[in-house]
Design a protein around this ligand. Structure first.
Ligand SMILES: Nc1ncnc2c1ncn2[C@@H]1O[C@H](COP(=O)(O)OP(=O)(O)OP(=O)(O)O)[C@@H](O)[C@H]1O
Length: 267
């Protein structure tokens, strides 16, 4: 059934069939078959250079696969969705975005910039009280309402990371992509970030997490997608795949996985 926006109500959130991305004459990612339902969560795990970021960029349409008669990537059933539809449904939190926050602006302006897709507020735009309230509310939900007027350059790495989550939440996206969200954070910062992922997952939003560490995979994320050598190495439940044997195969070194209260660690 088609909705008003033209998407298929019963279609998966994302569906990939036979998508191949080639750069400099080399296949940097091939995905034979993958789909993610609305509200479902998945964590992508794999060695450096395996193709995880490329996978995310396939979903966000920042990279395109080779042409196929049957379009390889669909968003809510649509082969050619409007970029605006994807942008409004998806929030992305990454350490890369963190590197771009090198401006003297109050945290709340960085958050309001999320509404416009700009770093701070665009010039000559006057924001109404409703946008400011939404930004303040997003900061409050992340436990950093008191930082709203602080210059972003004076905040700690963990605080900035939370401001960046607020910046995405201000648009109320149904899907959140966390790309190595705990990079550079101390244990306290990691704790808060993981709590945030859990809360958002429980909220009914889809979480797509990219990480090198099983420690980041919050209990709400049941499913993992392992990527190695430009292809899907395995796709399935955490229970089945987060084992010492599979992790050792994935990273090509001897590793041990420990499990405790729904959390996993690797050493
Ligand atoms: N424009 C490009 N030209 C050539 N090779 C590229 C290009 N973009 C990416 N690659 C290669 O594609 C492979 C996959 O890159 P990708 O960034 O997806 O890996 P990743 O799993 O996210 O790595 P990491 O964990 O280090 O972030 C890498 O070997 C990378 O060097």
């Amino acid at each position: 059934m088609l909705t008003q926006a033209g998407s298929c109500a019963s279609a998966p959130l994302f569906q990939i069939r036979d998508a191949e991305v080639v750069r400099a004459g080399k296949t940097i990612l091939h995905v034979a078959d993958f789909s993610l339902d609305e509200g479902e969560h998945v964590a992508l795990l794999g060695p450096n250079g395996a193709g995880k970021s490329t996978f995310i960029q396939l979903l966000t349409r920042e990279v395109f696969p080779l042409f196929r008669e049957e379009p390889p990537v669909r968003f809510r059933g649509q082969a050619r969705p409007l970029l605006e539809d994807i942008r409004s449904s998806l929030g992305i939190v990454s350490a890369t975005m963190h590197d771009q926050v090198r401006v003297h602006l109050p945290a709340i302006e960085i958050v309001m910039g999320g509404v416009f897709g700009t770093l701070g507020l665009p010039m000559r735009v006057s924001v109404d009280g409703e946008v400011r309230d939404r930004a303040r509310d997003a900061l409050e939900r992340l436990g950093i309402g008191d930082l709203a007027n602080r210059d972003i350059m004076t905040l700690s790495t963990g605080q900035v990371r939370r401001v960046l989550v607020a910046r995405e939440l201000v648009r109320d996206p149904q899907v959140l992509v966390f790309d190595e969200p705990c990079t550079g954070l101390d244990p306290q910062g990691m704790y808060h970030l993981r709590q945030i992922m859990s809360t958002l997952a429980e909220d009914g939003r889809s979480i797509i997490l990219v990480t090198h560490y099983p420690e980041d995979i919050v209990p709400e994320i049941d499913r993992i997608l392992l990527i190695k050598d430009a292809a899907v190495f395995a796709n399935g439940s955490k229970e089945r795949l987060l084992t010492s044997e599979v992790m050792s195969d994935l990273f090509s070194v001897p590793l041990t996985v420990a499990k405790h209260d729904g959390w996993y660690s690797l050493y």
